[in-house]
Design a protein around this ligand. Sequence first.
Ligand SMILES: [Zn+2]
Length: 441
Amino acid sequence: MYTCGPTVHNYVHIGNLRTYVFEDVLRRHVRSKGWGLKHVMNITDIDDKIIKGALKAGQDLKSYTTPYTQAFFEDCRKLRIERPDVITPATDYIPEMIDLVAKLIDRGYAYQEGDSVYYRISRFPNYGRLSRLDKRDLKIGARIDADEYEKEEPGDFVLWKAPKHEKEPHWQAPFGPGRPGWHVECSAMAMKQLGKTLDIHCGGVDNIFPHHENEIAQSEAVTGKPFVRFWVHGEHLLVEGEKMSKSKGNFFTLRDLLDRQYDPLAIRYLLVSVPYRKRLNFTWDGLLAAQRSLDRMKEFLFRLQTARLEPGSNPELDGFTGAAAAAFENSLDDDLNTAQALGSVFDLIRKCNTALSDGLLKQEDRKRILQFFDDVEGRLAVVPLMETIVQGDEEIESLIASRNEARRKGDFALADQIRQQLLDRGVVIEDTREGTKWRLK
Ligand SMILES: [Zn+2]
C-alpha cells in the first residue's frame, strides 16, 4: 500500500489529517484480516513551495524541512495514527527518479524543452481515465511547470525542472541539472519499494488530478503493466460547510485545535466517525458531540471495570455482544463504514448499561465485552484510556501518561523505569480503581 505523504513546508491541516486517519483505519482493517501489508509513505521534501521557503529562510533543504517532518509524525502520534512501515523522503530517491525520466525520454514519452523535461500526454492513450477527463479537453502542446494545477489545464507536465537561478537546489542528470517534479517522485518511490504493480494506492480526492493521473502515465509508460489495482481516495473535509482557506479564517492545523484545549482523541473520533467516501463537515458542535461520545464510552468502561459482578454469563447479553461484534466487522467490511461500526458499539453500550443497572451483567460477559473494546481500539483507535490523572503538573502528567502507555503495550521495563524516574523526583504514584493517582513523597 502506497499513501501520498505530506509536503513538509508547513504544518499539515485537519483536512490532510482526515486522509491520514482514514488510511490508518484502512491499514488496520487490512492487517486485521491477517493479510501481509507493507505500507509505504513518501515525504515530499522538495517542491516549488519548499524551495521558496528555504531560500527565504536562508536554510538548506534538510534544515528547512526536518522540523516540519518531525511535527508531522508528532501530529500523527497524537492522533493515534500508526507509522508506515517504510517512509521515503523524495530527496533520498533522486537516482531512481533520474532513471525513470531517462526511460521516459528513451521511449518517446518525454521530451526536452528549454532546460526542462516534460511528459507528452498525447503519447499515453489512457491519460485521463482515472479522473474521467474527456479526451477533447487535452491541451496538446501546452506545457505546465507548476506541481499543482487544475483539471481545466491538462497539458504536458514537468518531469525534471531546470533551476531558475543558481541558488536553487539541483542535481546532475544526463538531461541537464535540475530537480524532479512532484509527480515523478511518487512513481519512482512507489515502484522502487513495492514493484511495478501496487495493490492499494491512497490519497485525498484532490490527488486524483493531476497527481495520480500523472503517476499512472509515468509508471505504465515504462512498465507496460497496471500501476495500481485499487485506488482509494478520501473525500474532502469542510469547515462549517465551507472549503478551508487561510483567507476565510477557517483553516486549522492540529496545533490550532490543541491550543484551544481540544482533546486529540475527540478530533480523531470526529475524523473517524464519517465514512471516508463522504464529505466531512467539521464543526465545533461536531467536535463537542465527539467529546461527549468519548465521555459516554469512558463512563461505561469505568462502570464495567469497577462493578461487582456475579460469576457466570447472561446468555441473552452474550448473544447481543456477539451480534454487535459481527455488525461492527460487517460495517467495516462494507467499504469501511465507520459510522455504522461506531453505531454498533453504542448499541452495545446502551444494552449493557441497562443490564448493569438491573444486575444482569455477569463476570464472563464483562470479559467478552472488554475483549470487544480491545478490538474496537485495534481497528478504530478511539477508545479512551481508563487512567484518570490528577490535574496539576504537566510534566508529571505526561510522564504518567507515558508510563500508562508503556503498560498498555506490555513494556513493563519501561513502565518501571518511568516510575523510578518519578520517584527520584519525589513523586509517588498509585494505581487505583479510579486510575493512576500521584502525590508528593
Ligand atoms: Zn504522491
